[in-house]
Write a protein that binds this ligand. Structure first.
Ligand SMILES: C[S@@+](CC[C@H](N)C(=O)[O-])C[C@H]1O[C@@H](n2cnc3c(N)ncnc32)[C@H](O)[C@@H]1O
Length: 219
């Protein structure tokens, strides 16, 4: 999707993807990701996810990347921490103790922008990208992580013909193809989610699978 698509979603408050509670797979699977204590976690396409607060509560510093200033502002308001906002150019930075959110396009992020990280957390980020952009997303993600880094990647899977994304359906074989030879993948959980009462139901989808994978960068 073009940046304009997402910026408009935030401006018109069409943010049905946002969860008011911490993601269950994050809580149940995070220990299996084996992130070093105090390790910094990269959260691409972070929205205003409260999962970032949960990660900070586990002792991690969090670096998010998000296109929308509306989302950045709303996140810091929700956690009750007034951010310091600085910078211009490719990224504006929203900072509060333990959190740094880069406002801009993740596909342009460099290791110098992100800094040192030892893990990542992707919930509804890869699946937000149309197939033609998924390769760029996966390549960018791997380029920002050191060898040995681990992460939790939460995908949605449904019969691709039943709905037009986003979110796009990502199968395990597609994920393996996207991550390539420089990442090891292990499925940690798979949960059937009912879409009743959500915008996805209105788009023709009754259920989907939410699958969490542990990813380890090897290359
Ligand atoms: C489906 S939402 C998921 C948000 C968050 N991960 C969550 O679980 O609530 C996708 C988010 O990615 C952001 N986004 C989309 N494309 C992006 C890009 N190229 N760079 C940075 N953020 C992007 C959107 O603004 C939106 O907030």
């Amino acid at each position: 999707m073009e940046p304009r698509f997402w910026l408009q979603k935030w401006e018109s408050r069409q943010t049905g993807f946002h969860q008011e509670t911490v993601n269950e797979a994050l809580k149940s699977c995070w220990s299996a990701v084996e992130v070093p204590a105090g390790g910094t976690v990269l959260a691409p396409l972070c929205g205003k996810s409260l999962d970032m607060r949960w990660l900070a509560e586990q002792g991690h510093a969090v670096v998010g990347v998000e296109l929308s200033p509306v989302a950045c502002r709303a996140f810091f308001k929700a956690i009750g921490r007034p951010p310091r906002v600085s910078g211009a150019g490719a990224f504006r930075t929203w900072n509060a103790e333990g959190y740094r959110i880069l406002e801009g396009d993740f596909l342009n992020a460099t290791p110098a922008d992100i800094g040192a990280v030892s893990a990542f957390y992707d919930r509804a980020a890869l699946v937000a990208m149309p197939p033609a952009m998924q390769t760029a997303y996966a390549g960018r993600l791997l380029s920002l992580l050191p060898s040995g880094a681990t992460g939790l990647l939460i995908c949605f899977e449904y019969p691709p013909d039943s709905m037009q994304g986003p979110p796009f359906s990502i199968s395990e074989s597609r994920l393996r193809e996207l991550l390539g030879a420089n990442a090891r993948l292990r499925r940690l959980s798979s949960t059937r989610v009912r879409t009743r009462g959500t915008a996805l139901e209105g788009r023709g989808l009754e259920t989907l699978m939410e699958t969490a994978y542990r990813v380890q960068v090897t290359g």
